[in-house]
Design a protein around this ligand. Structure first.
Ligand code: FAD
Length: 292
């Protein structure tokens, strides 16, 4: 491991000016559960680490009329134990509970999970399904980016070298639907997702049709994605077991998984359909709606 400078800036402005000063040679350090592994493995050689884990603006959760605002520096354990998030974003809370072990969740952060750009990042599918945005700051600009536009490729996001992911924004307002995150790993716990499926279901006023179904997939394409074709299939359709089965096949068809040492592409594709079906059934169950 090559030596590097290390800073614990006292403010977000100071962190941003350090990023400017190092001109692309610095890395933002949050929990370090991903970054330090890459540095130790010799895959990255930053000249400087800027530790943002103590910055108060990145560690708040608030809600206003339009947005639930979650600081990117919140650890997974903090997301998990936040009463506001349990109430207002249970789909995200369900997903962070599947991440690693308690040690990883005590250190790893929401922002680090997204910024790592891993296709298997467990917080990505729920945030995609919730139509979330991210607030990205640099020393001279603030931009709000939909999570659907955030990921560019494996380990690649829209974040520039001089930027910090500051907040995750989830639309607030009445929760008229129900969500589920289902993850398949090689083990039931302590395992990266082979397939991750987040589902959000809203039903029509007579509770006989699907009004809105949002489905997001992790670990089965170069980036986490929304299954737009499957979503369109469900919209307005009668709530029935045959419809759910057919729609789940549509969703499966949108996955573009790879073969690797953990699972074959065919298996992952098949399991996308299985988890999508189970997710929708489970959401309907939570809404007290029976599929005939
Ligand atoms: C044993 C183990 C098990 C794991 N299990 C899982 C799992 O089940 N599911 C899963 O999704 N992940 C898992 N991970 C991966 C990792 O723990 C998570 O992705 C974690 O959320 C990363 O967050 P972090 O704060 O540690 O990020 P860091 O390691 O600090 O940073 C990761 C990347 O994000 C950048 N970054 C961090 N914060 C910001 C920010 N605010 N703004 C801009 N850039 C930023 C860093 O520069 C770096 O490039 C596991 C890791 C380990 C070691």
């Amino acid at each position: 491991m090559r030596p590097f400078d290390y800073y614990t800036p006292e403010s977000l402005d100071k962190a941003l000016s350090l990023l400017d000063q190092y001109g692309g040679k610095a890395k933002v350090l949050a929990g370090g559960t991903d970054l330090l592994v890459s540095i130790r493995a010799g895959l990255l050689h930053p000249a400087c680490l800027i530790d943002v884990s103590g910055l108060a603006p990145l560690r708040q959760v608030t809600e206003d009329r339009d947005w639930l605002r979650i600081g990117a520096g919140l650890t997974h354990a903090e997301v998990e134990s936040s009463v506001l998030l349990q109430e207002r974003a249970p789909l995200l809370v369900e997903a962070v509970r599947t991440i690693g072990a308690p040690e990883t969740r005590n250190l790893g952060t929401l922002g680090g999970n997204l910024a790592s750009g891993l296709p298997s990042a467990d917080t990505a599918p729920p945030l995609l399904a919730l139509d979330a945005r991210v607030k990205i700051v640099s020393s001279n600009a603030i931009r709000i980016v939909p999570v659907t536009d955030f990921f560019r490729g494996p380990r690649e996001t829209v974040l520039k070298a001089d930027e910090i992911l500051a907040e995750v924004l989830i639309p607030s307002g009445e929760q008229a639907g129900a969500g589920r995150y289902l993850k398949l790993g090689r083990r039931k716990a302590l395992s990266l997702a082979l397939v991750g499926v987040a589902v959000w279901v809203e039903v029509g006023p007579a509770r006989k049709t699907f009004q809105d179904v949002r489905i997001a997939l992790g670990a089965v394409s170069p980036t986490p994605i929304r299954a737009k074709g499957g979503e369109a299939f469900f919209r307005g359709k009668r709530i029935g077991i045959d419809v759910i089965e057919e729609g789940a096949q549509w969703v499966s068809g949108e996955a573009r998984p790879i073969d690797d040492f953990r699972a074959s592409a065919d298996y992952r594709k098949e399991m996308v359909g299985v988890l999508a079906r189970r997710g929708i059934e489970s959401c309907l169950n939570r809404l007290g709606v029976a599929a005939a």
